[in-house]
Design a protein around this ligand. Sequence first.
Ligand SMILES: *Cc1c(COP(=O)(O)O)cnc(C)c1O
Length: 338
Amino acid sequence: MIDLRSDTVTRPTHAMRAVMAAAEVGDDVFGGDPSVNRLQEMLAEMTGQEAGLFFPSGTQSNLAALMAHCGRGEEFIIGSLGHSYKYEAGGAAVLGSLWPCPIGYEVDGTLDLNKIAAAIKPDDAHFPHTRLLVLENTQNGRVLPLAYLKEAADFVRHHGLNIHLDGARVFNAAVKLGVPVREITQNFDSVSICLSKGLGCPVGTVLVGKRELIAGAHRARKILGGGMRQAGILAAAGIYALEHHVQRLAQDHANAKALAEGLAGIKQIKIDPAAVQTNMVFASILPEQVAGLAAHLKQIGILILPGANLRLVTHLDVSAADVGRVITAFHGYYSDNH
Ligand SMILES: *Cc1c(COP(=O)(O)O)cnc(C)c1O
């Protein structure tokens, strides 16, 4: 199967499984798992942050960060499609008693600082206290410009807010820009980084940030049931991925670009290959052809998430040759009188 539904579908490689099997472990709730500690230190160092904390998922890492930054009834400002706003089942409200303030994105995936300034609440008993700005990088595959991150960091300092990055795919952004990841992450008070997406691990996210913030997130993680025991088995996969799977993200980006260029040759598909920056391709097809196309592709071993607005994601388990097969399969469907 060629699975383009997400970069979460990657399976651990043989080499990754071997290091997992051999991992040194201990009880991480007692802080005694050497592999977890090493992973946390490694990512803190790479990101220019003071400390790291291993989580079972990005959803939990983001939520623990929000809970560490904001107290009950306080507000965070976030993009209207931000993962912690739209795709985490409202956890910030349900479990954190936090109030989100969503703002629409600009075309480049940034949030307009003037719109954010207008959304910050004055000190008035009618309003929640605004505490935090949350950005996402990459945002739907888009890389936020470094100059913007610097401006956003200055902006929050000026307004007395903290700033969190949902950096589920921040390594894709760093590789695309050709900079060490710390050039991006040093602008934030905390950053959540998924190991289970393009980096190819089966499980895991690391939150990095200031020591005090991470201490708060550690408490929140306990509340959320995220304390794990011999988690070094999973952390070992993360260490392996940081050593072997970062630079290769460039291949996923090249594959996504090639896929977009191949699909652009089909007149029934609306697509802009120039808009592809990292490992995601967005394409619009006719709603009445969604089911037929998905079925056609599935029958030749290609999985997509069906929809009139397709998101096709490249990753470790999709080769350049696979991309060729996908393009041929799309052409096959549309040349069959659709
Ligand atoms: C995947 C993802 C997360 C976390 O998802 P989990 O499935 O909980 O690990 C957070 N933010 C973004 C932008 C993501 O893509």
